[in-house]
Design a protein around this ligand. Structure first.
Ligand code: UDP
Ligand code: MG
Length: 315
């Protein structure tokens, strides 16, 4: 059995992949010989797959999986995790933002009796203020809404034990917010604080809209609070309009009568808006039920290189 598996999802990372792998291998070779690196090419349109193939021919520790299209970061990551053989598995990004030098101390911490050691970002370098701000709120809102102890300022960078990974792999959901799923499984977990460096090369694959969709996935996958919010809104509007009606009747008895065009328009628009929002919230959940019932596989593998674990994916 392999001691350590390192899983790296890659999407259009031709500029940085070579640098990342040489740095990662230098760090790992310094303390370990029994490891595998699993690169999952998430349907890249550049030379990422060619680079992976070439690297794997000269180095049997480097293994590659090419997905049939771009399934998204969390799916590429899940795919790599399904194939990991290690007693311990590490997850890092392809762009050196998760320093490979931390894998060793994090694995050592794991061996102190933890099942998950996750990297927590103290500082973020080279990211725009808007990204930092949205990321800040992303983690705090999700923590509040999920009711789970999803750690703040923590991405997917982590080292996990075999039993933590096996627990994770038993979760059959379609919408995969991997860091939330690892929080859900429980066990003893510890944070490892680090300063997050800038991307070594290339551009971020998470523009604001994609980050927003990830946040939406996170909230809807882990929380029923938005649904309750809809109910709560309904109740408060009903109470408010009841009181308003009483007021109008009383005023009417005393002969005071408002001409009502503006207030009527305002309340119709407001209520219409609120109803649409509530329908949208409902739609998010129903849509997910629909997708979950289709039993499609999470991802499709097109090609692999290197000696990979055979994975039978039940839908
Ligand atoms: N990634 C992926 N599929 C995607 C988008 C991103 O596999 O559709 C990978 C990407 O190659 C990188 C990791 O996910 O290894 C994190 O992406 P990125 O560094 O662009 O995100 P950021 O660090 O800017 O949040
Ligand atoms: Mg990055």
């Amino acid at each position: 059995m392999t001691y350590l598996s390192v899983v790296i999802p890659c999407f259009n990372e031709e500029e940085v992949l070579g640098i990342t792998l040489s740095e990662l291998k230098r760090e790992l070779d310094a303390w370990l010989s029994d490891y595998e690196i699993i690169l999952v090419d998430d349907g890249s349109e550049d030379k990422t797959w060619e680079i992976i193939k070439e690297l794997s021919t000269t180095d049997n520790k480097i293994k590659g999986i090419r997905l049939s299209r771009n399934f998204g970061h969390q799916y590429a990551l899940s795919c790599g995790l399904f194939h990991a053989q290690g007693a311990v598995t590490a997850i890092i990004d392809a762009d050196l933002q998760d320093p490979p030098s931390l894998i060793k101390p994090m694995v050592e911490k794991l061996n102190d009796g933890f099942d998950v050691v996750y990297g927590r970002r103290k500082k973020r370098h080279g990211e725009r203020a808007i990204k930092r701000l949205t990321a800040y709120w992303f983690y705090r809102v999700i923590k509040k809404l999920s009711g789970l102890n999803i750690p703040e300022d923590t991405g997917d960078f982590r080292v996990v034990s075999r039993r933590a990974l096996d627990a994770f792999l038993k979760m059959p959901e379609r919408h995969r917010f991997v860091r939330g799923m690892f929080a859900w499984i429980g066990f003893k977990q510890a944070a490892w604080d680090y300063d997050r460096p800038e991307r070594a090369a290339g551009k971020t694959k998470y523009p604001i809209l994609k980050s927003f969709l990830l946040a939406l996935d996170a909230v809807v996958s882990f929380s029923k609070i938005p649904l309750r919010l809809a109910t709560l809104l309904g109740f408060s509007f009903a109470c408010f309009s009841g009181l308003y009606l009483i007021l109008v009747i009383i005023l009417f008895i005393f002969g005071i009568n408002f001409p009502g065009y503006t207030s009527l328009m305002a309340s119709i628009l407001l209520l219409g808006g609120v109803q649409l929002i509530c329908l949208g919230i409902l739609g998010e959940y129903v849509g997910r039920i629909y997708e979950q019932t289709q039993f499609r596989p999470l991802f499709i593998v097109q090609e692999t290189v290197g000696d990979l674990k055979k994975v039978v994916l039940s839908a």
